[in-house]
Design a protein around this ligand. Structure first.
Ligand code: HEM
Length: 507
């Protein structure tokens, strides 16, 4: 793309947006401050229920300004307090009544049986629309069907082979170069940053056909920043004001626009190239831009903006989640040296075969990633909304009124002792060999469940297998921190707070 076009994109990203309109939220701020004061004064005596909501502010004080891991722990304590499978209510100004479920039958009801009535087109869409646009995570109807079909085509066996055998090994060289340098200088590395770079590079190529270095240089930083900003909206009822008045808030909006504009420009480039592609040149692009190809072949014709939104959201869905999964798996292995040794031995004994097939030959590693994904699900909480005009009764008798949100959390569900036993919170891969039945997606919704469940589950697991296989074949890895427990950081997914410091040396 010509320089001038890129300059135009940058110029278009000035802050001349609808910010002024947001200032009309100022009265809301004063009203809220007044109400909070009134609530605090009028609150005489706490009821005997330690989880009872406060007047007006509900449970906001457990969330506002709290790091994510704290309020996740609060959800867990509350779920344990109520008893496994019991639904409870959370009240948050701006979000209203939230019904928190941990019962698999209730989850099946919400995601599948009455899935059409529980959608993300209400509050959820309001909080993310400016970033996700018409992309799959917010899409409904024909647009969703077309994108989902393209996603399934994209995440099929041929993409898995292409990623595992060609693209991932290429992009792993960047990670290993960083390892070699850190080993030579005896430095500590942030494994999360390298994993996030790796998965972004792979997605850039496979989805958009963009050269990794160029893609990373332009997108990585604004992408991460925009995602962090969006995640803060959930716990800050005054997010519009914050994004209008504070420099940090304004820069979040700027980065959201930047990522969308950059992705659009890349999509335009790729679409033009694909249009010019001669039969003889096809091999040049073989295995790349697969997602755009699948979208362009879909039944629903898409505009350039729709294609760009779809690609951006696809990257959001697949990149950060896989990087988080890689990071927490590495963390779990470093905290459990016996499991680490078993994994390294299992990789060492692998017969020679294409990378795309290794996962099916690694029973212990499979148990390790299942266990890491159980304890550290990359999407720790989820929400849908009763967007139908009718109240809806859950199987346990809870009434969900129109506009109510339903929350659930694979992170919480995986830690319930009644369901997983007294060692529910312990990393123990062996449990996966002891189970009589593997948990259903409704019992452990790490990859969501029902018609909108994740299309990239196998691709993500194969990426993890290849990355760890190649890595442990070359390097010994040890902890680069004091060994204390690490917690989740901020973001839409489940990144690790402060990253994962590791030390590496050549085997
Ligand atoms: C360990 C890695 C992954 C985890 C834990 C994960 C988890 C999830 C979850 C929880 C959802 C539901 C999100 C929502 O509706 O709010 C989802 C949806 C989705 N995921 Fe993944 N994902 C992973 C990797 C991937 C990869 C690698 C891809 C790319 C092929 C992908 C593509 C998608 C798509 C397209 C959807 C939307 C499905 C729909 O709305 O119909 N995911 N994923």
């Amino acid at each position: 793309m010509r320089q001038s076009a890129w300059r135009k994109i940058t110029r278009d990203l000035t802050l001349d947006d609808d910010s002024v309109e947001m200032l009309f939220d100022l009265p809301a701020l004063f009203l809220l401050v007044g109400l909070v004061g009134w609530a605090a004064l009028s609150w005489r005596k706490r009821s005997t229920d330690p989880y009872a909501p406060l007047p007006i502010i509900g449970h906001l004080h457990h969330f506002l300004g709290q790091p994510k891991y704290r309020y996740m722990q609060w959800y867990l304590r509350r779920a344990e307090h109520e008893g496994a499978g019991k639904t409870f209510e959370v009240f948050l100004p701006g979000l209203g009544r939230c019904v928190f479920i941990t019962d698999p039958q209730c989850l099946k009801h919400v995601l599948t049986i009455k899935g059409k009535e529980f959608t993300k087109t209400g509050v959820f869409a309001k909080l993310r629309k400016d970033f996700y646009g018409t992309g799959i995570l917010l899409a409904v109807g024909e647009s969703w069907r077309a994108q989902r079909h393209a996603g399934q085509v994209f995440a099929s066996q041929s993409t898995i082979e292409n990623v595992a055998n060609i693209l991932l090994p290429q992009d792993l060289q960047r990670m290993f170069a960083a390892f070699d340098q850190a080993a030579a200088e005896d430095k500590v590395l942030d494994f999360w940053a390298l994993a996030a770079e790796l998965t972004l590079a792979v997605f850039g190529k496979v989805a958009l056909d963009v050269d990794s270095d160029r893609f990373l240089a332009m997108v990585a930083q604004p992408f991460d920043h925009a995602l962090q900003g969006i995640s803060r909206r959930f716990t800050n009822p005054l997010w519009k004001l914050a994004e209008t008045l504070t420099p940090e808030g304004r820069s979040v909006r700027h980065d959201i626009k930047a990522v969308r504009a950059i992705c659009r420009a890349f999509v335009q480039e790729t679409v033009e190239e694909l249009g010019n592609e001669q039969v003889g040149e096809k091999a040049v692009h073989e295995g790349r831009a697969l997602f755009i190809r699948a979208l362009m072949d879909s039944t629903k014709p898409m505009t350039l903006d729709e294609l760009a939104d779809s690609c951006t959201v696809f990257i959001i869905a697949g990149r950060e989640t896989t990087a988080d999964a890689m990071t927490w798996t590495m963390y779990a292995l470093l905290q459990h040296p016996t499991s680490l040794e078993k994994v390294v031995n299992e990789f060492r004994e692998l017969p020679d075969m294409p990378n795309a097939e290794v996962l099916s030959h690694l029973p212990f590693f499979n148990a390790v990633i299942n266990e890491a994904l159980r304890l550290y699900p990359p999407v720790p909480t989820e929400m849908v909304e009763n967007t139908s005009p009718h109240p809806n009764m859950l199987p346990d008798g809870t009434l969900v009124r129109p506009g109510d949100l339903v929350l659930f959390s694979p992170w919480v569900m995986a830690r319930l002792k009644d369901r997983w036993g007294p060692d529910a919170s312990v990393f123990r891969p062996e449990r996966w060999f002891e189970m009589k039945h593997k948990p259903s997606a409704y019992e452990l919704p790490t990859f969501y469940a029902g018609p909108r469940s994740c299309v990239g589950q196998t691709l993500a697991k194969v990426e993890m297998a290849v990355m760890f296989k190649e890595l442990f074949a070359r390097y010994d890895v040890e902890r680069g921190w004091d060994g204390s427990e690490r917690v989740m950081g901020e973001g839409l997914t489940c990144p690790m707070k402060g990253g994962l410091p590791i030390k590496v040396s050549r085997r």
